[in-house]
Design a protein around this ligand. Structure first.
Ligand code: ZN
Length: 236
């Protein structure tokens, strides 16, 4: 299919909490929702392993979601690992590097993801791309900024002669508000998917279960998630 379908949507879906909320957000809005994930030789497989599990559970949350959720695509991006030397792809300590950015920063990662998502979306006839970038309480990754995403939308539309719309529903909300949004969309059932099945911990730890989900509890991703959950719970 190459014709553009105004309802067809491609969600950048990692298996983490944020992209799962984005998937739910898309399933509420669009008639056909496909997912794409990227295998860039992350140093653990926990997120990639979470993807099929989360997709299956999403189908059980609402008959309409089951009907709308379409194909899944996993793109191999080993080249990204080959040119990266970061804490997400190598055994490098998670800390603030000399550049002032965390060592978890993979340069250009989201630009590459969006370029591939655009190419795949073109082939699949998707008008909408949905992605979980957020500049509100994140680590200052420059490729999560709203301006970066808008520039990529413009570049894709010029370079592919299309009219993609990139949606980033989490851009201006913090982690507590992300939990609130998930609850608003899918209630306790979606919250349960986030806690039990999504994976966000940088270290890939699934041996420790907390009230906010599985993880080491100490890496930046776990701390952000734990703090957001505690803040959301205190305002419920
Ligand atoms: Zn962790």
């Amino acid at each position: 299919m190459t014709a553009m379908d105004p309802d067809c949507t491609l969600v950048l879906f990692s298996g983490g909490q944020d992209s799962t909320v984005c998937l739910a957000w898309a399933l509420e809005r669009f008639a056909r929702v496909e997912t794409v994930g990227f295998d860039y030789e992350q140093r653990h497989r926990a997120e990639l392993e979470a993807r099929p599990r989360v997709r299956e559970r999403m189908k059980t949350l609402a008959p309409a979601w089951a009907a709308r959720l379409g194909e899944d695509h996993v793109l191999e991006l080993g080249a990204l690992a080959a040119i990266s030397d970061t804490a997400l792809t190598r055994e490098v300590a998670i800390a603030i590097g000399e550049s002032g950015l965390p060592t978890t920063f993979v340069p250009g990662r989201n630009l590459i993801f969006l370029a591939f998502a655009g190419a795949l979306g073109y082939r699949r006839g998707a008008k909408h791309l949905v992605a979980g970038m957020c500049e509100t309480d994140f680590s200052g990754y420059p490729d999560c900024r709203d301006d970066t995403i808008k520039a990529m939308q413009l570049a894709l539309n010029l370079g592919m002669e299309r009219r993609f719309v990139i949606h980033t529903p989490l851009m201006w909300i913090d982690k507590a508000a992300t939990f609130a949004l998930a609850h608003e969309i899918g209630g306790d059932a979606l919250l349960d998917v986030l806690v039990e099945d999504t994976h966000t911990c940088y270290l890939g730890d699934r041996s420790q279960r907390h009230d906010w989900g599985y993880g080491c509890g100490t890496c930046p991703a776990c701390r952000l998630r734990a703090d957001g959950f505690a803040k959301w719970m205190s305002t419920r």
